[in-house]
Ligand binder design. Structure first.
Ligand code: F6P
Length: 340
């Protein structure tokens, strides 16, 4: 068989180990792999190159994606969809492995609906893909965010300040949740809960009284009320680009005004998406990449390799896309054990 592979959507640590696993698993079973560049854009525009076992072997610890990525949606215009189907046929691809989050996997589902042979590998630092217990990229991103809080704690305690750390997480607060839990923040704000300003200010005052400083973790996705200024820009999948909202800076302004405590904010943004994948992400990406090849070899096209408990299994695209996996009440209950 000839495999094709693409990585789409926001990059995250673990993509290269996943590419490596797909190529080497396919090679082990006597098959070859063609890599498409920059996500669905590469399939649409015919940008690709063969991936050899020797090239991918060293990728286990490499951040980013050697294939490049984009947020291109090839199914917005029928002419592009036609190009995708035709390109796969011209390249002689027997099965395409789409590595991505909800958007990339939704496009893969659409390809499968049109008769294409495609399997999926879920990834995202947001950990918000339905149908899988964890996505790779998440643990590595949270490790960066927790390290940031540790550093902010040093400077906050020295200056007797409050500091707000804004973390990524477009629709779901998993990154903020895990960062808040693992760093012992005074308050953690997630998009899954209504913004409670009185509670936030009280948490800052409690921290200030107890230790002379306070640490707040906020997800970029929280709502602080109606947006000011012009309408937000959107990507090809219709998602608002959050980078200009600066909720961390806005929270810092509000905290300082309400509590009188000198307050700063930090936004780690894309720093969370770079760097070498953590152990958990290396292993998960490796297992999912190999698992996707195994699904294809078993003729289970139209499925996504996922983690259920400690097992890798396959589920239909329709069970993995279209719903965002948000933070569940039991996690919220655990979080509020520590900031009540
Ligand atoms: O979806 C992953 C993610 O990292 C979100 O958490 C974030 O809002 C978004 O991507 C940022 O996208 P971009 O890389 O296009 O700025």
């Amino acid at each position: 068989m000839k495999f094709g592979i693409l990585t789409g959507g926001g990059d995250c640590p673990g993509l290269n180990p996943a590419i490596r696993a797909v190529v080497l698993r396919a090679h082990q079973k006597g098959h070859t792999t063609l890599g498409y560049l920059d996500g669905w854009k590469g399939v649409r525009d015919g940008l690709s190159r063969p991936l050899s076992p020797d090239e991918v072997r060293p990728l286990i610890n490499r951040g980013g994606t050697i294939l490049g990525t984009s947020r291109t949606n090839p199914f917005v215009h029928e002419a592009d969809a036609h190009k995708v189907v035709e390109r796969l046929r011209l390249d002689g691809i027997d099965v395409l492995v789409a590595v991505g989050g909800d958007d990339t996997l939704s496009a893969a589902r659409e390809l499968a609906r049109r008769g294409g042979h495609v399997v999926g590998v879920p990834k995202t630092m947001d950990n918000d893909v339905a149908g899988t217990d964890w996505t790779f990229g998440f643990h590595s991103a949270v490790a960066v965010a927790v390290d940031a809080v540790e550093r902010l704690r040093d400077t906050a305690s020295s200056h007797h300040r409050a500091i707000v750390l804004e973390v990524m997480g477009r629709h779901a607060g998993w990154v903020a949740l895990a960062t808040g839990l693992a760093s012992g923040a005074d308050a953690t704000l997630l998009p899954e809960e209504p913004y409670d300003e009185a509670w936030l200010f009280e948490r800052v005052r409690v921290g200030a009284r107890a230790r002379g400083f306070a640490l707040v973790v906020a997800s970029e996705g929280i709502s602080l009320g109606p947006r000011r200024g012009t309408a937000a820009a959107k990507d090809e999948f219709g998602h608002e680009l959050l980078r200009e909202r600066e909720v961390g800076a806005e929270l810092a302004r509000r905290i300082e005004e309400a509590t009188g405590m000198e307050t700063r904010s930090a936004q780690i943004g894309h720093i969370q998406r770079g760097g070498s994948p953590e152990l958990f992400d290396r292993i998960l990406a490796t297992r999912l990449g190999a698992g996707a090849v195994d699904l294809a070899l078993a003729g289970r096209f139209g499925e996504v390799a996922v983690l259920h408990g400690s097992e890798i299994t396959g589920i239909p695209f329709s069970d993995a896309v279209g719903t965002t996996k948000t933070v569940t009440p039991d996690w919220l209950d655990l979080l509020h054990t520590f900031d009540a």
